[in-house]
Design a binder for this molecule. Sequence first.
Ligand code: GLU
Length: 307
Amino acid sequence: MNPAPYVGRFAPSPTGPLHAGSLVAAVASFLDARAAGGRWLVRMEDLDRPRCEAGAADTILRQLEAYGLHWDGAVLVQSQRDDAYAAALATLQASGAAYPCACSRRQLAQAPRSHEGEIIYPGTCRNGLPAGAIARAWRVRVPDVSARFHDRIHGDLQQNLARDVGDFIVRRADGLFAYQLAVVVDDAYQGVTHVVRGADLLWNTPRQIYLQSLLGLPTPAYAHVPLITNTAGQKLSKQTRAPALPASGQGAMLAQALAALGHPPPPGLSEARAAELLVWASAHWRIENVPIQARIANPSLAFDNQP
Ligand code: GLU
C-alpha cells in the first residue's frame, strides 16, 4: 500500500504579525511539504479570541505571500469550527474520558508545576465534583503510564502524562475549546500527515497523540524545529516585543531563517530573492540537517531584521 500523500500545515495564532520565530516554523513546514511533493495548508488558530488581534490574520497571509510561502487550498479558521470541537468533546464525555472540573486557578495555585511552569492537575474533581461545586471546565483523564512517541528530529521520546501533565483541559472555564482538542480535530479534518512546528510544542505532542487515540483519529508524523529566542532566552512573541517581519529585504531574512534550520544558502545565492531561495531550499531540504536544539538564541534574527 502506498503511504498517504503528504499533507503539511502551518498553524499561526493571529495574535500579531509574523516575526522571525514564526517565519522559521513556517519555512520548515513549507519546505518539508514541498520537498516531499506534498500539499501545504494554512490554518488560523484564532481559538483564543481574547488574545487575537484584529487584522492580524490578514497581515499574516500577506506576509506569507511576500516571503513566497504560497499555500494550497482555503485557509481553515478555527473560530468557525466550534461545532466540530463540540462533537469531539461530546465523544469524550460519552466515553467518560472527559469529566467536569470545578477548580479555579486560585484553588490550584499550590499544585505542582511542570518544567514549563504549567499546573500539573492534582485530580481534585476526577472522581466527581465536590458537593455544591459548579462545573467550570472539562478535563480529560490521563493514564499513569510512560508513553513513547517519535519525533523526526528529536528521535524516540517518552512522557508519563499523569506524572508530567495531569488531567488536562479540553474546554476552558470561559467556554472556549482548548488548543489541544482543536489541534487534533483540525489536523485530522484537514488530512494532515506531517506536523512540523516549533519545539515549544514538543511536550504537547503526547497529549495530542492521546486525544487522537481517544477520538479514533490518525496520528501524523511530528517534527519540532528549533525555537528562535532573543538573547535573554525568551521565545519571540508579542509579549517579548519581537519585531514584525520586515516588509522588504525578504531574501536576507529568509537566508537567516534557512541558516537557523541548518540549511545555509550557498554564497552564490547571497543576493537571491525569497522565491529563488525557496526553490534552492526545497531541492536541498533534509530534515536530518535541522539542529536538534530546542532553542536557538539568534540575536540577528531576533533584532537585526532591518532591510
Ligand atoms: N497555533 C500554535 C502557535 O502559533 C501552533 C500550533 C501547532 O502548530 O500545533 O504556536
